[in-house]
Design a protein around this ligand. Structure first.
Ligand code: C6P
Length: 436
């Protein structure tokens, strides 16, 4: 009842006011994340696997693509396909505009200062290798040091190991706690006047730990040390602002961000990248070539030798546009609720041990089961229509640290549901029936 009714009692008026307040609050409360609506954007999710509806829980390996991304790629090939930066014809101009437009979309997505700070690469792996080749190797001397952590993906470990082996530099490795958090005291202790670069993951693909990247950058910069962040598992789950973070390099892959495979991004501060030599030679990365001398192009072309993945960049821009149309805070809250719900349900399995218990994890639940090997879990789940990843997740140093050869890993995206968690748990109960 309306609290302002002229002849209402005092109690009615108070109740009426409370109802009005509730109605106003309701009007301003963000709508809950509409998972049913977003699922309609992902046609692949509507299929059956072995006669059962697909439950796709392997999003950290690669995420599914919305129709708008698939259409953007297909429309490019249907209407605009041409090589870029070369042709004087209209198709080439359209393709060039779309490719450079994609660069600008990525710049805005990361809040980078300039679009020349965005280099298109094949993925996170290539981005890290580019920095290892063009920034680290020319600078490293024997006894210099690079700081990584024990939870790094091989993509952010092996290129540094190779650079150290080639130059006589040393890799220093930040340890983690048993819960899977970075030992920040050890990180600080490892930074010294021999440290030439810090290369750390923003979010661990095997544990879900969200590392305190702002503190990581602040502590390194206090000593004048540049920082590369591997953002492969961060960008799908949270807004990343490289301007605010002030990191020197940031790498991510398009395919984990609901975009296509074969395209990724290296963000790098122009002040650093301007002075880095190119690492691959070929077309587009030169300004002039004579028999005597090669002059290199400016950023970002200097690092994009040869015909790039034009369709991939266009697809990535479409993925970013799709994400911009979502309430990303609500999406992250939805993923966090799924993570909590799954962990709660797994607590009913005495033979399951969670691997990685850092507070505020990003949509990843890794576990081992005393009754079954991760690969057996993955195989049984597959026959129940449930897709997860099992193995070392390209993190063998981390597996050694944790004393496990492999884990089973559930990784969520915003299109997953509580019903899918229930389906996963039912399938896991089946694993126990078979192996327990
Ligand atoms: N992790 C996973 O299932 P590429 O392959 O270049 O797109 O991404 C490599 C990479 C780098 N860093 C992190 C933190 C990653 O998670 C990955 C890819 C997949 O966990 C495949 S191994």
């Amino acid at each position: 009842m309306n609290g302002h009714a002229a002849n209402g009692s005092a109690v009615e008026q108070v109740n009426g006011h409370a109802a009005e307040v509730a109605a106003v609050e309701q009007a301003f409360r963000p709508a809950p994340f509409n998972v049913a609506a977003v699922r309609r954007d992902f046609p692949i999710l509507q299929q059956q696997i072995y006669g059962k509806p697909l439950v796709y829980l392997d999003n950290a390996a690669t995420a599914q693509k919305p129709t708008s991304v698939i259409d953007a790629i297909s429309n490019y090939y249907l209407a605009d396909n041409a090589n870029i930066h070369r042709g004087v014809h209209l198709l080439s101009e359209r393709a060039t505009a779309a490719y450079e437009g994609a660069r600008e979309a990525v710049r805005r997505f990361l809040n980078a200062a300039e679009s020349r700070e965005i280099v298109f690469v094949r993925g996170t792996t290539e981005a890290v290798n580019l920095v290892a080749h063009s920034y680290a190797r020319p600078a490293l001397k024997p006894d210099d040091e690079i700081v990584v952590s024990v939870m790094e993906h091989h993509s952010n470990f092996v290129p540094w190991k190779m650079a150290c082996e080639a130059t006589g530099a040393r890799l220093r490795v930040v340890p983690i706690t048993d819960a899977g958090e970075l030992r920040m005291d050890e990180y600080e202790r490892l930074l010294c006047d021999r440290t030439r670069l810090v290369a750390l993951g923003h979010v661990s693909n095997a544990l879900g730990t969200v590392n305190p990247v702002a503190d990581i950058v602040r502590l390194a910069h206090a000593r004048g040390i540049p920082v590369l962040l591997d953002g492969a598992q961060a960008v799908p789950h949270m807004a990343v602002d490289v301007g605010a973070l002030d990191c020197d390099f940031y790498a991510f892959s398009g395919h984990k961000l609901f975009g296509p495979t074969g395209i990724g991004v290296l963000y790098g501060k122009a002040a650093l990248m301007d002075h880095m030599p190119p690492w691959q030679g070929g077309g587009d990365m030169i300004s002039s070539v004579t028999l005597e001398e090669v002059r290199y192009n400016t950023l970002p072309a200097k690092f994009e030798a040869g015909t790039p993945d034009i369709a991939g960049a266009i697809g990535l821009a479409a993925a970013i546009e799709y994400l911009n149309g979502l309430d990303r805070v609500a999406a992250a809250a939805h993923e966090a609720a799924l993570t909590r719900y799954l962990e709660e349900r797994l607590s009913g399995f005495p033979d399951v041990t969670l691997v990685g218990r850092a507070p505020g994890k990003a949509g990843i639940v890794s576990f081992v089961m005393s009754s079954a090997h991760p690969h057996d879990i993955g195989t049984v789940l597959d026959h129940e229509g449930v897709a997860i990843r099992t193995g070392h997740h390209c993190c063998q140093p981390l597996m050694h640290r944790l004393g496990v050869p492999a884990t089973a890993r559930v990784s969520f995206a915003f299109y997953n549901t509580r019903e899918e968690v229930d389906r996963f748990v039912d399938a896991l109960a089946r694993v126990r029936e078979m192996f327990g």
